[in-house]
Design a protein around this ligand. Sequence first.
Ligand SMILES: [Zn+2]
Length: 205
Amino acid sequence: MDFSSKLLEQAVLEMSQLPGIGKRTALRLVLHLLKQPEMQTLQLTDALSNLRTQIKLCKNCHNISDTDLCEICANPTRVKEIVCVVEDIRDVMAIENTGQYRGLYHVLGGKISPMDGIGPSQLKIKSLIDKVREGEIEEIIFALSSTLEGDTTNFYIFKQLEGLEIKTSTIARGISVGDELEYADEVTLGRSIANRVPFESSLKS
Ligand SMILES: [Zn+2]
């Protein structure tokens, strides 16, 4: 691609770093921004820049948050004894949308995936085990997607919890294998949390 402007070229290059955005699409987006009022582009760059500099991870559940303790963890009406283990904030949002869950979350930040070089130490697993050891949690609900990586991660955590006084369950599989949580509809997802089953019995099938 030949650019008549270095500034344009730089903007297109940066935009095309985004997933699913090729050079052509990047050029279209950048030209679109140029046609919009200047304020609109500045609001976009401000939002992105604030996102990077001000966003935090909740110190309790590792969810993305504006404050040290996220709104869910800080809410006194939430049931602190039940913790739902999820991959990332998209799963938290999907489960929150069901309106069926009143416990807290623990966001792992991914799934164990040797193919992608992601091992247990790169995920927030140790802090979960530590929380269980402290004895304030009564039940852990595994709500990772039922992919090979999700199952591997569940099982790894389950093994780490052996010998600790804790009830473990997994969301009922109304969600078919391979479906990602965020794509499950709210009714199905809500029902699968309400009808969760003991984790051990999910291993036999
Ligand atoms: Zn939190």
